[in-house]
Structure formats: structure tokens, C-alpha cells
Design a protein around this ligand. Sequence first.
Ligand SMILES: Nc1ncnc2c1ncn2[C@@H]1O[C@H](COP(=O)(O)OP(=O)(O)OP(=O)(O)O)[C@@H](O)[C@H]1O
Length: 538
Amino acid sequence: MSEYVLQMDNISKFYGENQVLKDITLKIKPGEIHALIGENGAGKSTLMNILFGMPVINSTGGFKGKIILDGEEINISSPMKAMDHGIGMVHQEFMLIPGFTVTENIKLNRERTKDNPISKLLGPNLKTLDTKRMKVESQKALNKLGMDIDCYSKIAGLPVGHMQFVEIAREIDKENLKLLVFDEPTAVLTETEADILLKAMKKIAKSGIAIIFISHRLDEIKEIADTITILRDGSLVCSDVSTNFTTKDMAEKMVGRSLDISYSSNEKKEFKNDGVLMTIRDLKVDMPGEYVKKVDLDIYKGEILGIGGLAGQGKIGISNGLMGLCHSSGEVKFKGKPFTLNSPLYSLKNNLAFVSEDRRGVGLLLESSIENNIAMSAMQIKNEFLLDLKLFKLNDWWGIRRNSLKYIKDLDIRCSGPTQFSGRLSGGNQQKVCIARALTLAPDLLLVSEPTRGIDIGAKRLVLNLLKDLNEKFGLTIIMTSSELAELRSISHRIAIVSEGQVQGILHPDSDDYQFGLLMSGNSLDDLKEIAQKECEK
Ligand SMILES: Nc1ncnc2c1ncn2[C@@H]1O[C@H](COP(=O)(O)OP(=O)(O)OP(=O)(O)O)[C@@H](O)[C@H]1O
């Protein structure tokens, strides 16, 4: 019996001329949580795609090196083969079928069936689906993760956090599972959900299943990983037990230079108040899992308004409602004029731009180039990057190229060039393309939802600094929704906390942690004052 459940020996991979993995060796013991970290584009997903036999590997010339499972060299030519070998993968982007229920997704291709009179007569192909048993088993898998999700709900419409748990439940429901790969599982989760997941991962590892854990959240890696392997530009930087790293060490080894990883609060959080840009009254948004029940807010011209709160409380719904992506009602005024809800086109034409938390669903054309993706909305909405030749219009390729090169540089989009397909970028770099597209619209109000999700620690700072610069230099008004309070605090002028579909209160970013915590758990500003008064009297 081998000491390692998995060995990947001397793995190298080229995409065309570009060598994205250089002689990587990875060794994983049973029951170990092995973190794989590196900047966006370092090669983590490619290494895991090789392990999982993803078609993109074979169709681009295969790879060099050996994969050894339980001491035996194996050939993983497809994801099906990987699953047969007991390798499971929770993908960075969801692989769920939206029109199917939670149970149907968990049990897909592994359905339980039972006999009926016809199947008894004519053979097992005519057996009936055993929905009851499938539901019980799916529920059990979800319970193991500490999640209470209705197994009969359709996937479409579930909050992204819940979708993530369904993906994981599907994997742990498999009987021969030996190794489970988590590719940024907490990127779409709130802090509370992430805590639940980390605990569940520890439980899964304790049962003897090895875990490869890819994450950009270094604190959680420090918390649960036994071993850490760091990749940089396709090369292995080091691999060691986690107790030998501090969070700062990890960050510096990832980027190859010393790095200040603390979020500094915005030095001067004063903005020039040029009046109200948008008033929102009695906003209701019908976003499943993120219902907005009654929101009243004033957005000041030139401010960065942070919106925080726990998952499922409605913070995500506000931007999706204003952008017309979910049915909403209420009275909204923009620049003093009534603003029409429920029309994405109207919102875009009226100079709102949105970077969605769901970059694949609402975001990118994956089979189109980076430069097209960046220019697309401005072409469609504002007729930009088009040469008007009276009878017809031509794409202004030079303008499109120049614009994309600017954002590739400003946002440090790691790519082979502006013509690379967006679908072939790493997840974090896709997020940067979404941001570039929104900025190309030169909006009056930019709504960004979880803008640094899936982005590495160096790039995170870059994106936040960019938002801050746009605000300070050009007076751009920004609404940033985020699950990370530290991130909200670092650039927002005010932070609205949403709980139970309502804004519970608006705090200054330097307010104490406990004040944010109390608002998040449904207390009002009056409750806060009362609690503070009682503390004083003690
Ligand atoms: N299908 C593809 N064709 C060409 N190049 C690709 C393809 N997929 C990935 N790449 C390139 O391979 C490199 C490694 O990408 P990979 O997705 O493995 O990075 P990553 O470390 O997982 O990044 P992230 O943290 O952003 O997910 C990147 O330069 C990327 O542009």
C-alpha cells in the first residue's frame, strides 16, 4: 500500500507555444487537506484539469508526466474515468443543470431505480425512478455539509452559495470517493457559509478522503490545510506542512515579491457631496434566495457606498433589481428623474453599469475574444467602437484593440493577448474582463457585486485600488456589494448593512466590528444605541 493516495509526477503542459506547467510534482496522503495556491493564471486549474481528464487537455495536445493513484500509474482520459477511479471535483464554475431539482442534480447519472410490474415483466430498463430514496440520500449528503436546502427546489434561482453546496453534496454522495478537489469552493460563499463548509471539509478528510483545496483566501488555508503547495507562473515554488508558513509567507511566495496584505482603511474617507444621485424608496426585488423586502436608500454623487450583510438577506438583490435582472417594484429616481425598473436596457442606457457576482451567467461570451467582450456592451448600448459609413457601420477594430490593451495593462489581465478567447482565461482574469467591460461604458453609477471573488491577493488590491482611483480622480459613484467586510471598509465612504431584505443601518467604515455584527444579525441602529447606553451604565 502506497503512502500516497495520489502522486502527480513531473507534470508539464503547453497550450500552443505557452508552457503553463513546468515539471510539477504533487503528493497527497489519504485524509490530508492539501492546499494548492498561486496567483490567477499560475496553473492550478490546469493541473486539476489534467487530474480530472478534462477534454480541454487532450484537445490541446495532452500533457507530459505520470499520475499514480494508490501506487499504480493510471491513465485518466476523461472525467468519467476520473470518477471511476474515485476522484471527485467541485468546480470553480457550476456544473449544475438549472432546470433540474437539487436531488436530480445530486443524483445525475447515478439515479436510483425500483421495480414496477412492467419492469418485472419486460426487463430492468423499464424500472421507475426511486425518487423517495434519491431524496433521502441527497438530503443526507447535504446534512453532512451542515446545509438545510429543500431537495425539491429547482437549481435555477437558488443563491449561488447554495448551488456550491449542491455541487459538493453531489461529490460526497459518491460511494468510492478517494480524493476530492475543491476549486475555490468558498469564493461564492459568505463568511458564515464558508465556515460551515470548512468544518464539513475537515469532517470529509477525517473519514479518510484526501482533499485538494484551491483557494485565494489565505486565512482559511492556514486554518484547515495540512500541507501547502505553491505554484508561480507554472512552476512549483515550494511544498511543505502548513505550520511552516505564515499567511504573509504564502502571499509573498505566490507573487515572488514582498507584499503588504493588510487592507488599509481609506485614509480620508471624505467625499465631496454634490447631492443625491439616486433615491430608492420602498424597493422590493424578487430574487430567489436574496429577496429585497423594503429598501430605502439615498446614493450620493461621488461616493462609494458599500453594501454588506449575510447571505440570503437581500444585499445581492438590490443591484440585480436596479439593473432590471430580477423583477422589482418601488420608486426610484436617478438624477432627479423617475427611473424605470425591470428593463436592463433602460438601466444600461441611463448610464448604469454592472459587474455581476455571476460572471458566467450574466457575464462573458466565452467563445469570443477578450477585446470583443470588453467593447461589446459599449457597442450595443452606446454605438461606440463603430465607424459610421452612412449606409452601414463597421467595427472600429483599432479602437476596440486600443481600449482592450489599456484595460489589460491597468487591470493586469494575464492573457496571451487581446484576441485570446475569454473562456480560456483563468477564473480571476475573467472577472477582470467583466470589470473592464463595465468601465468601458463610462457609467455614472457603477454597481459591482463581489468584485474580487476568485481574484488572487495581489490582484484584489489592484481591483480595489482601481475602484478607489476611479472614484477619487473622476468622481465615479460606486455601489459595491461584498461579503467581505474588510474589503468594504477599505474603500467605502459609507456601508449599508442589509438584513431580512431591509437596510438595518448605515455605518461609517471605521465603526466597531460589533456594530456591524449587530446590524447583520437584524438589530437596528436604535438597538445599537440602546446597547451602547447599557454598556456605558455598567
Ligand atoms: N484552454 C486554454 N487555452 C489556452 N490557454 C489556456 C487555456 N486554459 C488556461 N490557459 C492559460 O493557462 C494559464 C494557467 O491558467 P489556469 O486556469 O490553470 O490558472 P489558475 O492558477 O487556475 O488561475 P485562477 O486562480 O485565476 O483560476 C493561464 O495563462 C491561462 O491563460
